[in-house]
Write a protein of this length. Structure first.
Lengths: 670, 670
């Protein structure tokens, strides 16, 4: 028997390989190449290093594992299955990529317990991992005591060539090096194959030298196909380097074991087919049938269950001891883990009356952050190098999260918007109660849209603070003036897009955003000041849209719908139109998505179907607004890009004046 | 007199500094810090190296200069003014950042002749420059002869810390190193200040080591504030290195000359103010008033006019000689420079009838590229490592643009979507007739949206080939299934978004996209096959939307609007509804933007205002469609993200079936 001469290590590794081959063959869809090449590093990491508890995937102090090369998800599903997670049975593996299965085509946190981050879009996972490591470092610095460490885990990543080519990973890994995140360890699957063929058609840089330039600790394992000891030694060394993140380049053969397809692009994303699967079985001395795993392999892998149970029990003892010694800290820690907000967290959110000076909503946002900061210790965030423009600082706090000061909660992301969003996602994925926020100019949401989409898809309550929200930006000109950005964000499912019209609405937007821990929020905030309204309130924002001003008696003839800095134009125009005898309603619509969620009767009460004379006033593309103005309404919106000139001039030249609103209304009324 | 001891070099340099100070002070808005720090490198480059003709900014063989740090635009405006460009007079500089001025807040090609690329969004310019260098290398390899070089110029860049932090530049510069673009030379303004303060809050990587890892030639000039000779020597050396792109790190002091604000973040993006401007004058021994430039400075700078005239004259001689020796090549070269398409370029675009096998539109796209390739030699493009999924290859051609084969026109961008878009923009900015295209999955348009926006803003006829355009993607699941991407692209002004519904419409989309050299096109193409329609045609696509099927006699009761893979669902449903006695119209809407441009009467003829029973069927978010379905219509669209399952299953489960269209229609009709 050939199998007899095969070590248990090899059997365990080949179990991953063959589960991947069989699952992809059965579904006739998927990516067998990476799991076959990465099986040795996956096995070594999970069997010899990873702290986790298969029977409690949510155990807090587990090491985080991120499969950044998400297309290789069969590696992860195989490991989850083999180590005893209830979420991935052999039947789930047989249902790979089928409707309703817990084994979707790329790993998704919301489908499969044990999956730490949703991956597939390349570069995202390693960048999320930087956020996970930041969360760990911050919470450790915040809660650990010299005698009791309740936060203490590593973040491991498997990434491929694609992840290393994507710019987002360059941004995030440069920052990780700066921050000296020593508990972040990445295994780089260097298989020299991408979809277009060998990497030498486009990717010949010296990757490790690049990581060295970022300040990472680097290692190389020439034979990642079989040299388990080398992999284990490298991970052990990486763990011992505490003041640098680590990358271990593991040279492998994609599709290892397949005699005709290994080391080709053909094995990256297509099934081997039955014949080649049989040849692979032969080459790997694999004597088992499809989806068959030797009992001794299960027996070995599933020692993880006992190990995990002991690890969690030990941690529970530590936590118990911590609770006795440090009851206040423990209470806060456990509250955060439960995902509960502290009592009175919103008590200092300011309210305003029209007598209060009109400020820019970015300024109101700064005041909100200052009001939330002391009451919401889990708030953590910063800006992509625009702190003094986004006003993302928390009043009264100094210093920032740096390698020497990880207890600080302000993050300088640098000019790295995409990494910022991915890191914020990573902090949210850590699932430890932290509420991440990050700021940039609204127009640069485009730079990080890939990760904003993942916030929405993966149900992460990230708060995006997006200032300079229209042509009101002024002199910086059209490259800096969002026109289509607000509509494009509104198009993302599960994303709350706020454009508050004054101070009360800004406070209201923060209230809803903080409360929504399962969906991200984009706060679109003005550079320029605007008046405070008489009838706005924090509470009304939760309805998404509401009647701000209404005609006296009877039904309105015309409805003006406004958001943000254009809301007051509607109010002023309404006054003039009312003075000339018209019945006008002004609807404030700070959040279209929340309005959509209201009852049909509420929506009808705000925007009665019978009233078709409606005008939307928003200094952005009209795209999307016809849902409310229909075929008969009008829009005062942007038709094209903006221009460089003082903000007030831009607003006037592009038609955002009371006079223009009045004129359009009169035309519609006539 | 202090000024007497000042060298002419210094006077020239300080002219830039003070024009920047004065312009930003007068407009009370802008970024004086970079021009003050970069004046020496700007002067040295423009005075001693740059081949250009101020009196003909469009002279083809000029060196390209890209100010990647676009906020420092006063550096560029000062250089354009001082060297004698008619586009920037002293009055233009006095009108800095004002409505209608040719000196907007960031450099914009469409406002100011002499500006080569629109910059401001950081990282974009250096990445565009990689495209410019690719264009030069390709055209050189294509047209130059051993005895006549008609394409021969450098591409110079000034970039800052921000550009180096942005991931897009990492992607593009890694590729530039791989491609050994020896005529690309970047000056990196290392001033160690960003908006959040000193770069050491977030950016401590070894930048030059990183560029070395990409394969670049690197140099460092420790004193960029005054050491003009060192700058000149470094540029000369960089020019001599022909098989590597070059980066020269020039350490400078931001706001050099300002006694109180230099070397602080305060001088990055705010006026110095009058008082500090006076102190700066004193420190720089600058005895001239605001906007005053010494005549000797003009005299020296404007030698560029004579030099430029001679350079162009000499090149014209070369071209003339080339024309005599190589009339065919010259004719093609000059046709391309005139921006004319070759006769019969579209003659092989295929047409189809319903008898032809239904293919995926990505496959139709591949056939179009194959049909265009031989007739349109200026077509150049590739894929971000998805050649065999996007089908972006040109049939019959082998090999790709590599350092040894720059004459090839297929580009392997690697897994670098954002760089791809920026490079395509750069090829378009070269303005030499090349027609750039690039492919990725539609959902990953999000990764490159920053540069797609710039294609639209800067009027660049880039063609984006975006395949796998809906949940029809299937097993790869929601991370790979665009839902909101099509609406989000439609929201961008000046972007044509096509979603062809069969083979004819795909050919038609290519025809319009190729003809539109002043606006980008996004072709949204299916993974899965679809039927060819009886009444579609290449020509009808130019109307954006048209009647594909209509009821016999009289006015329709209901209009079905479909796009892409859902068009045939409308056609099939229409047949069933017609059979049950209803009058149904089917409108195909392959390009909303083109439809919007038609006459009111045409639009009314397709979608009569009186017919309010309308249903849109599109496997994407409904966002934007209410413009056509109004308050009374219906939509069969996606409400949320997709799922991992075979594509057909996804379509069915999410309601994209003939039965569902019929049911919704019947409900609306009842």
């Amino acid at each position: 028997m050939v199998a007899a001469t095969t070590s248990l290590d090899t059997l365990c590794i080949n179990s991953i390989r063959m589960l991947a081959v069989d699952a992809v063959n059965k579904s006739n869809s998927g990516h067998p190449g990476l799991p076959m090449g990465c099986a040795p590093m996956g096995y070594t990491l999970w069997d010899k290093f990873l702290h986790h508890n298969p029977k409690n995937p949510q155990w807090f102090n587990r090491d985080r594992f991120v499969l950044s090369a998400g297309h290789g998800c069969m590696l992860l599903y195989a490991l989850l299955h083999l180590t005893g997670y209830d979420s991935v049975t052999i039947d789930d593996i047989k249902q790979f990529r089928q409707w309703g299965a817990r084994t979707p085509g790329h790993p998704e946190t919301f489908e499969t317990p044990g999956v730490e981050v949703t991956t597939g879009p390349l570069g995202a996972g390693i960048s999320n991992a930087v956020g996970l490591a930041i969360a760990e470092a911050h919470l450790g610095a915040k809660f650990n005591k010299p005698d009791e460490k309740i936060v203490d885990h590593f973040t491991y990543v498997i990434m491929g060539d694609g992840c290393n080519q994507e710019g987002v990973s360059s941004e995030a890994c440069s920052l990780a090096g700066h921050l000296k995140l020593g508990k972040l360890i990445a295994l780089y699957d260097d298989n020299q194959i991408t979809i277009d063929g060998r990497t030498d058609v486009s990717f010949t840089e010296d990757v490790l030298k690049r990581y060295e330039s970022y300040g990472w600790h680097v290692q190389h394992i020439p034979n990642g196909n079989t040299d388990v000891d080398a992999i284990a030694n490298a991970i052990a060394l990486a763990k011992s380097v505490t003041d640098q993140p680590s990358i271990i380049k593991v040279s492998t053969t994609i599709g290892y074991g397949s005699p005709n397809k290994s080391d080709t692009a053909g094995v990256h994303g297509a099934p081997l087919g039955e014949e080649e699967a049989n040849l692979t079985r032969k080459q790997l001395n694999w004597t088992y049938g499809p989806f068959e795993v030797p009992q001794e392999v299960y027996g070995h892998y599933q020692k993880a269950i006992e190990r995990g149970s002991q690890l969690e029990a030990k941690w529970n003892q530590t936590l118990s001891s911590y609770r006795n010694k440090y009851p206040n800290e423990a209470a806060e820690f456990e509250r955060m883990l439960r995902g509960e907000l502290p009592n009175g967290w919103d008590k200092d959110l300011p309210t305003y009356s029209p007598d209060d000076k009109g400020l820019a909503t970015r300024k109101h946002s700064q005041i909100c952050l200052g009001a939330l900061g002391p009451n919401l210790p889990e708030l953590i965030g910063g800006s992509a190098d625009l702190t003094h423009s986004n006003y993302t600082d928390i009043k009264g706090e100094t210093g920032s999260f740096q390698s020497e000061t990880p207890e600080k909660r302000y993050l300088h992301f640098g000019v790295r918007e995409h990494a910022m969003a991915a890191i914020l996602n990573g902090i949210a994925y850590h699932n430890s109660g932290l509420i991440p926020y990050g700021g940039t100019f609204l127009v640069f949401a485009d730079y990080m849209r890939g990760s904003m989409r993942l916030s929405a898809l993966s149900e992460l309550g990230v708060i995006y603070v997006l200032t300079h929200d229209s042509i009101g930006v002024g002199e910086d000109g059209p490259t800096h003036q969002p026109i289509e950005t607000i509509p494009s964000l509104r198009a993302i499912p599960n994303m709350l897009v706020f454009r508050p019209g004054d101070g009360n609405e800004t406070s209201g937007a923060y209230k809803v955003a903080i409360e929504n821990r399962k969906r991200p929020s984009s706060l679109c905030l003005s550079r320029q000041g605007m008046a405070n309204q008489a009838n706005s309130s924090i509470e009304k924002v939760a309805f998404g849209g509401y009647i701000l001003e209404d005609c006296e008696g009877g039904s309105p003839e015309l409805i003006l719908i406004g958001t943000g800095s254009e809301l007051d134009l509607c109010v002023q125009a309404s006054k003039k139109l009312t003075a000339s005898g018209h019945k006008i309603r002004v609807v404030s619509m700070p959040c279209v998505e929340l309005f959509e969620e209201q009852s049909q009767s509420y929506k009808e009460s705000v925007l009665p179907t019978s009233i078709r004379k409606r005008i939307i006033v928003e200094a952005a593309q009209s795209f999307g607004w016809h849902k409310y103005i229909g075929l008969d309404g009008e829009s005062i919106t942007m038709k094209g890009f903006g221009a460089s000139a003082p903000g007030g001039t831009c607003m006037e030249k592009f038609g955002f004046t009371v006079e223009n609103v009045v004129a359009k209304a009169q035309k519609l009324l006539s």
